[in-house]
Write a protein that binds this ligand. Structure first.
Ligand SMILES: [Zn+2]
Length: 156
């Protein structure tokens, strides 16, 4: 299910022109290997996914069971995926990062909104995509502001 969605997201997240006033931007995303949503600008650049908090060190399906250490610590990709399905985060509720991020209800709300905006894209016509992407980018901006306000830096 996640894999099929990931392929769909890869297709509909490429070269989407947003075109309206103030939005002369083109969306060009790749999917996060953990949550499967199109949250990353490119792969293997150690970007942190704003939805699941996975840091993209390049790990993917073929080595999903391995615990590589590095930015995602003691989590294998498979475990992180399970955690996202259960807790809306790659980390366990007992993890310090999880508590900081998701106990803030506004951020949790925004994550839910962003995920449902992405889910809508799977059913949308090509003409509806730019509007959905504008909504998604607005939610991402708001999330970033909230995170800065609450001074919750990621553990490096
Ligand atoms: Zn993710």
């Amino acid at each position: 299910m996640v894999l099929a969605h990931r392929q769909q997201f890869e297709l509909l997240s490429k070269e989407v022109g947003l075109g309206l006033l103030g939005w002369f931007r083109t969306v060009n995303r790749v999917t996060c290997p953990c949550c499967g949503y199109p949250t990353l600008q490119s792969r293997k650049q150690f970007e942190i996914c704003c939805l699941c908090d996975w840091e993209d060190d390049g790990q993917d399906d073929q080595e999903a069971e391995l615990i590589l250490g590095g930015p995602n610590g003691e989590y294998s990709l498979s475990l992180a995926r399970d955690n996202f399905q259960r807790y809306a985060s790659m980390s366990l509720p007992s993890d310090e990062r999880y508590i900081k991020e998701l106990n803030h209800s506004r951020i949790k709300q925004l994550k839910i909104e962003l995920a449902s905006e992405f889910d809508r894209m799977l059913l949308a016509s090509p003409r509806q995509l730019p509007g959905l992407w504008r909504n998604a980018l607005r939610i991402e901006d708001e999330m970033e502001k909230q995170l800065l306000q609450n001074a919750t830096p990621h553990i490096v």
